[in-house]
Design a protein around this ligand. Structure first.
Ligand SMILES: [Zn+2]
Ligand SMILES: [Zn+2]
Length: 443
């Protein structure tokens, strides 16, 4: 320690807070700093404007916690040995620390805002809920699941690996996303669709769970979930409609009459018809698949697994040098469980008292002269980027977003039969596959 004190020089009259803390870390000393001192570090040393920080960060006392957390995780602390051995210049070493802190604190905006938004979403949940399953990650394999926050295009390109004693993060090339069919789009991770007419409104959200972690061996677990329904939540009805149950048969009949009405006007383009038909079919399939008395209720959110078994990606960097192959190597694993959150907000179609089954809205469609009256409102949302697309070309806008800002999903492996599948094929058939080892588990 004396060696360190010598290297760090004599204490100056008014050392900056940053220097005080830096020195304490290097010397492994206990020091106490006040909140005011930490705030002055942010203003005077890092030259950040408190007014430009994300809303509430300073007021709620998060600023100092974040500041200390970043100080703690500076990778440069690994070089203390070199510094004490005189291999690193004091000024340069301190400058590196300051640069890291400046970078971390000045790029906080997005990270902090989305973290807080995540918390708000949690709080906004409705009062009544049961059968909540936790995001249960296998404790043996991933006691520390890692959370990745990055631009969407980076998501499927990241891989971690160890070089010597360090774990490094690397990016590899990923294919561009090609055009998706409507079914593929609706079953693609992070895609949400809202379908709304006078009669019916529902939201179908891809809520695929990703658990990411670093590992030394390949994930072999093959536990499957007994129930496909993970969570049911009744929303407070805000005057819309009380909770009502509708049978699959009635919904199917209604949608058939609705599609007939749209087709009969000859004003709706074939591609629009296909889009509407596919959205309705996926909704009906969901209702049948979750199999709750063959019906669905309004004001109820159902979270269910599209596949009982999770899929997995194990990613490792390839070495050219075979000599290194014997070392235990870190891999990066993603466990992916495709899930849907389905919510029927309202269904108000009432059958008219006529010999043929008809409804007020579908009759209106048949008689309508303007396409704007009869077309449903279909909006899409990227739940990862939190971007929403509405209007008549919403599907194209959503596809363009995926093509421009996301990358192709990489292949996944079924955790049970170990077969590899392309996400394109899985999304086309609601993530079903013929599982060779068990017919009962892959529904
Ligand atoms: Zn996106
Ligand atoms: Zn399988």
């Amino acid at each position: 320690m004396d060696k360190g004190k010598e290297l760090l020089g004599l204490p100056t009259e008014n050392p900056s807070v940053a220097w005080k803390i830096f020195k304490a870390f290097v010397l492994d000393d206990q020091i106490s700093v006040t909140e005011d001192e930490l705030v002055s570090y942010v203003i005077d040393d890092l030259k950040l404007n408190l007014n430009e920080l994300p809303e509430g960060m300073y007021e709620c006392g998060h600023l100092t916690v974040i500041l200390l957390a970043y100080m703690n995780i500076w990778p440069g602390w690994n070089d203390i040995g070199d510094f004490l051995a005189g291999k690193l210049k004091k000024e340069l070493y301190f400058e590196r620390f300051q640069k890291f802190m400046l970078h971390k604190m000045s790029t906080l905006q997005g990270v902090y805002t989305s973290a807080m938004r995540g918390l708000d979403d949690q709080v906004a949940k409705s009062p009544l809920e049961f059968n909540r399953s936790n995001n249960k990650s296998d404790p043996e394999f991933c006691s520390h699941a890692i959370s990745i926050q990055c631009p969407a295009a980076m998501l499927s390109t990241i891989v971690f690996s160890n070089v010597g004693d360090d774990v490094i993060m690397k990016q590899h090339l990923a294919k561009a996303l090609q055009d998706l069919s409507t079914t593929q789009l609706l079953n693609w991770p992070h895609v949400e669709v809202t379908f709304q007419t006078e009669d019916i409104c529902f939201v179908r959200r891809q809520a695929t769970e990703f658990v990411r972690y670093l590992n030394f061996r390949v994930h072999e677990s093959n536990e499957s979930s007994q129930s496909i329904i993970e969570h049911v939540e009744t929303r407070c009805s805000d005057g819309h409609q009380e909770n009502c149950c509708y049978s699959y048969t009635f919904l199917e009949k209604y949608m058939e009459v609705y599609m007939e009405a749209l087709t009969s006007t000859a004003k709706v383009s074939p591609s629009k018809l296909e889009e509407i038909q596919t959205i309705l079919s996926q909704f009906l399939e969901d209702v049948r698949y979750i199999d709750v008395n063959n019906s669905i209720a309004t004001n109820t959110v159902v979270l269910f697994r599209l596949s009982r078994l999770p899929f997995i990606r194990n990613k490792r960097l390839m070495w050219n040098n075979e000599a290194e192959a014997d070392e235990p190597r870190v891999g990066y694993c993603e466990v992916m469980t495709p899930k849907i959150e389905l919510e029927l907000l309202y269904f108000r179609a009432e059958q008219k008292d006529t010999p043929v089954i008809s409804f007020e809205h579908t009759d209106k469609i048949k008689a309508s002269q303007s396409t704007s009256v009869i077309l449903p409102e279909i909006s899409y949302k990227c739940t990862y980027c939190r971007l929403e697309y509405s209007g008549q070309d919403s599907k194209k806008k959503m596809l363009d977003h995926l093509k421009n800002d996301h990358k192709m999903e990489q292949h996944v492996r079924c955790i049970l039969c170990k077969k590899q599948f392309s996400v394109l094929n899985l999304a086309a058939c609601r993530w079903r596959h013929r599982c060779c080892q068990s017919t009962s588990t892959a529904k």
